[in-house]
Design a protein around this ligand. Structure first.
Ligand code: GLN
Length: 298
């Protein structure tokens, strides 16, 4: 590609690429490497490296990419080609229509978890001023989404990882719900005081056998702490089932995300603890995904 001399930047090494051609070039590389969404990934990385919105990119696509931006883009592209998921490179993931900042210290929120949000919103009228608890809050995706959806709800997110709680607190600020969100550092219920109307968790639930065959995009980047649920994948559910009633109000709801093959095991744990009204909802792919159960009336 030749470029008229008077359009070239005055200083520094010259990439010779317009934004559009950089995007096309990257998409070709991604396609050749077998990535699932080469065009989308290329566009998002050009936007991120150049600090442009989608509309800016369309308007400015024929402008030349400056050397520092080209360098940033090359770094992003290499990370993507090395298998890093796009959301960790961008530093955010969209969940239930809102943008969550993420770092290597938190699980990148997954679309399956949006089903837990739908169920939680159905359980109480919008004008009920309830308090909720999110165990293993990570990025805060669950609790912060619920607080953003319901102006009268308040809540606590607990997590054993201080770095995760920093991410969650930052997301609370960005989503403007920090005044109704508190964060507690510790393992599961350990730092939690009081009783709640609803407790939610998307705990680590992958067992040893599945951990061994996780795709690299997951195993290499989402934190193991957020994924591994002990030898049989059920450690967190055992602990939550045993302790949840100490932290739920009478007839309070427990909502748990589960792995696709864990329905009967988790139902049995909850039944054994005396929970009632236990049901399981499927995700959009038809997999068993969210269990809800009510604590006894006292
Ligand atoms: N609660 C967070 C989420 O659902 C983190 C869950 C986890 O780390 N297992 O995205």
């Amino acid at each position: 590609m030749t470029t008229p001399r008077d359009q070239r930047p005055q200083s520094g090494p010259y990439s010779g690429l317009t934004l559009n051609s950089a995007k096309r070039f990257l998409a070709q590389q991604f396609r050749a490497a077998g990535l699932d969404t080469p065009d989308l990934d290329a566009r998002l990385l050009v936007m991120a490296a150049c600090g442009l919105s989608h509309a800016d990119l369309i308007a400015q696509g024929t402008e030349f990419i400056t050397p520092p931006k080209f360098e940033a883009l090359s770094g992003f592209a290499q990370r993507r080609l090395d298998g890093e998921p796009i959301d960790y490179i961008l530093g955010y993931r969209d969940f239930y229509g809102r943008r969550f900042q993420i770092t290597k210290d938190v699980l990148s929120p997954r679309p399956e978890t949006e089903g837990l949000i739908d169920l939680a919103l159905e359980l109480y009228p919008a004008d009920a001023p309830i308090n909720i608890l999110d165990l293993g809050t990570g990025s805060g995706a669950i609790i912060l989404t619920l607080l953003a959806e319901r102006a009268l709800w308040r809540g606590v997110g607990s997590d054993i990882s201080p770095a995760a709680l920093e991410v969650a607190a930052q997301n609370a600020d960005i989503l403007e719900v920090a005044g109704r969100a508190a964060f507690a550092h510790g393992s599961w219920f350990e730092p939690v005081k009081g009783r709640y109307d609803m407790i939610m968790s998307n705990p680590p639930y992958i067992d040893s056998a599945h951990m061994a065959v996780l795709p690299r995009e997951v195993a290499g980047f989402d934190p193991e702490l957020a994924l591994f649920g002990g030898e049989d994948g059920l450690s967190a559910y055992r602990m939550i089932a045993a302790q949840a009633q100490d932290h739920l109000k009478p007839k309070g709801w427990l909502l748990l995300e589960i792995g696709y093959d864990q329905k009967s095991a988790v139902l049995n744990l909850l039944k054994a603890e005396g929970f009632t009204g236990i049901t399981c909802a499927k995700d959009l792919s038809g997999h068993d995904r969210v269990i809800r159960a009510q604590s006894p009336a006292m």
